[in-house]
Unconditional design. Structure first.
Length: 293
């Protein structure tokens, strides 16, 4: 019989991209993971990893074994959800990861409602960037993730169950000292955006190009409140979600030269098989209620 713990180690190497990264997350040494995976290869009788430079990648057999491991873990999630449903009220410790804006504006109210309505439920919140949060969800380091998705950047989230909690309009703003929103101005004004790999930036670049100009991205930060302050101080243009503008109580007015009909979706992600767990349902509904207030 295959050792489930070793299967999880192999899966973690795939998720993290290397034995060293997997070891850091699981508090294992590189040699300890290597020894465990060598034993797993002996159990299955085929190579599961191959060297690529100074790193390793999974062989086709390793990839197939990880897919089967995902199915096993989903069955475990369903069994745990069934057991949890035997309790009359949600209870126990639940780890939730959320991005910065939601953590500041929505989660305090949601957590207060959960503490009032479900005293046996202990919700632990972590502020994580969306990409890191999803990896931690897959590796069972958190139980749920609250993230966002921008138009045209949605990706199939294999192994996850996704619920749309609501939509948050995104509007374009020019620096407060820019009065002429001509195409020449749009081409020369400085912009602030999130890092290049962020879905929001991929979306923003596409929107600008569809309107005929390449934005001059002079400032980069994952802090959307920083984006707003840069606009308020006349230093940059930005696309800013409504929830950030409301949080800051800002009097900014969107620019007619930039789109005002776009929106991002706020998503609640859990591992497939756990979506019927009472505690996760309670958290999902509390966040959804706080989001629309």
């Amino acid at each position: 019989m295959l050792d489930l713990h070793r299967l999880i180690l192999l899966r973690e190497v795939k998720l993290r991209g290397s034995m060293s990264a997997a070891g850091r997350e699981l508090s294992y040494s590189h040699s300890a993971i290597s020894q465990q995976l060598a034993l797993l290869e002996k159990e299955v009788g085929v190579a599961l990893l191959e060297k690529v430079g100074r790193n390793v990648k999974l062989t086709p057999a390793g990839e197939e074994l990880v897919r089967n491991t995902d199915a096993i873990l989903a069955a475990v999630e369903r069994a745990e959800a069934d057991l949890a449903s035997a309790h009359e009220r949600p209870q126990g410790i639940v780890d939730v990861a959320a991005f910065a804006t939601i953590s500041r504006t929505v989660m305090p109210q949601a957590l207060a409602a959960l503490a009032r309505d479900y005293p046996g439920l202990d919700v632990r919140l972590r502020r994580l960037d969306p990409e890191e949060a999803v990896v931690r969800l897959a590796s069972r380091q958190v139980d749920a993730v609250i993230t966002d998705a921008y138009p045209g950047t949605e990706r199939e989230a294999a192994g996850f169950h996704t619920t749309v909690l609501g939509d948050d309009p995104i509007r374009g703003y020019l620096p407060v000292n820019v009065a002429d929103p001509s195409m020449d101005v749009l081409r020369t004004v400085r912009w602030v955006m999130e890092p290049k790999t962020a879905a929001s930036t991929q979306w923003a670049l596409r929107v600008c190009r569809e309107r005929g100009f390449e934005p001059l991205v002079a400032y980069e930060s994952s802090d959307l409140l920083f984006h707003l302050r840069m606009v308020e101080n006349g230093l940059a243009a930005a696309f800013i979600p409504d929830i950030v503008v409301r949080e800051a109580g800002s009097p900014l007015t969107p620019s007619d030269a930039l789109p005002t009909d776009q929106q991002r979706s706020i998503l609640f992600l859990v591992r497939a098989g756990s979506e019927h767990r009472p505690a996760l349902i309670a958290i999902r509904e509390a966040v959804k209620s706080a989001l629309v207030v």
